[in-house]
Design a protein around this ligand. Structure first.
Ligand code: SF4
Length: 382
């Protein structure tokens, strides 16, 4: 059970049904990577069945005006987070003693909430990049809405997430403009399954449908965000090429994959040894953070996910009752989707390149900071 979402779980399915019936609203949806490899279980399919095309078809049947992919925003997250990694590394190698390393990933809201409560003295260490869910909402209600001529108040952005903490994340004040949230609300994988069943949609027999563009385009790097180690591997694919200026021929970083609670890997960047760590489960994260606080840090970058297995094991997914074979099957399906993608590095996503050309300028630009980054709060309870 999600440690944060469990306290704040709200079922927004009735609100969604009202919005879908409202002719004055344009309702768009984004779907997280982990959803597509677990949703089928709610319809009797084996764990690890990838139902991406059926899921998109079902969402159109439910009445969404546009069906987009959170994976697009995961590629965007890599652009911003990767740039932060490179910026801090460059300063570190130039001898800057003030630079904060390791950099920690920030795309898991349960993890963000955890460090705000328990490690408020270390708020300058995590990346300031927003999560893919929030980057999607921010870009949808600015760049995309402007292009489409849709007023912000008419646009409803819904997310389908494996996660209960994402419901709380949408509600954070820093992700609102004049009180209007970038992501209006989030629906879990299980809630989506209930909606599909209520609508009498024969899910197993559905044909495949494609995501809408431009925010439906994604790379293999973004697909693996859904499993532990995936964010780090996606970042390494881009950081390697940008840092070394060389083409990465083999994009599979097998040494960051797996299900061990804490994993370590050393990546050779043209002679520089980049030390990375991966942890899933908040108990493992706490140990890592305590080591850093005590000055025993051996890493340059760390990925942390609150749920065992990462988002594939999220609190909003079909229940797996601790069966690790189910988590392995979901993870394997994500790596297969990655392997089958024609583009597997985030910085090569053509629509991400266009977004920077037309709107954001470059990673970490002033506009990118305003729309795609955040800050953290001391929430320690005395
Ligand atoms: Fe949500 Fe994924 Fe974090 Fe779990 S690991 S709390 S599903 S973002």
């Amino acid at each position: 059970v999600c440690p944060v979402g469990a306290l704040t779980e709200h079922d927004h399915t009735n609100r969604l049904l009202e919005d879908l019936e409202n002719p004055d609203k344009i309702v768009i949806v984004q779907t997280a990577p982990a959803v597509r490899v677990a949703l089928g279980e709610e319809f009797g399919m084996p764990a690890g069945t990838s139902v991406t095309g059926k899921m998109v078809y079902a969402l159109r049947e439910l009445g969404f005006n546009y069906v987009f992919d959170t994976d697009f925003a995961a590629d965007l997250t890599i652009m911003e987070e990767g740039a932060e990694v490179l910026e801090r590394l460059t300063r570190f190698l130039d001898g800057d003693k003030e630079v904060c390393l390791p950099i920690l990933t920030s795309c898991c809201p349960a993890w963000v909430n955890f460090f705000e409560h328990h490690f408020p003295d270390m708020l300058n260490i995590p990346s300031t990049a927003r999560s893919p869910q929030q980057m999607f909402g921010s870009i949808a209600k600015s760049y995309w809405a402007e292009k489409m001529g849709i007023p912000r108040e008419k646009l409803i952005v819904v997310s389908i997430m494996p996660c209960l903490a994402k419901k709380y994340e949408c509600d954070r004040d820093e992700f609102k403009t004049n009180g209007n949230p970038d992501v209006d609300y989030s629906i879990s994988t299980r809630e989506l399954a209930r909606l599909i069943k209520r609508a009498n949609i024969g899910f197993q027999l559905l044909p495949d449908s494609e995501f809408d563009q431009p925010m439906g385009e994604s790379t293999g790097a973004s697909v693996i965000f859904g499993t532990t180690g995936g964010v780090m591997e996606a970042a390494l694919r881009s950081v390697y090429e940008i840092y070394t200026g060389q083409t990465l021929e083999n994009v599979n970083f097998e040494n960051v994959r797996g299900m061990d609670g804490v994993r370590r890997a050393v990546i050779n960047l043209n002679g520089f040894e980049l030390k990375v760590g991966i942890a899933h489960g908040l108990g493992n994260a706490r140990h890592l953070l305590e080591d850093i606080r005590n000055g025993n840090n051996e890493y340059h970058a760390i990925e942390i996910m609150a749920c065992p297995g990462g988002c594939i094991g999220g609190g909003g997914q079909p229940l797996h009752h601790g069966q690790t074979d189910i988590l392995y099957a979901r993870s394997k399906a994500l790596y297969e989707e990655d392997a089958n993608k024609p583009i597997r590095k985030s910085h090569e996503n053509p629509y991400i390149q266009k977004l920077y050309e037309e709107y954001l300028g470059k990673p970490l630009s002033e506009k990118a900071h305003m729309l795609l980054h955040t800050h953290y709060f001391n929430k320690a309870i005395d």
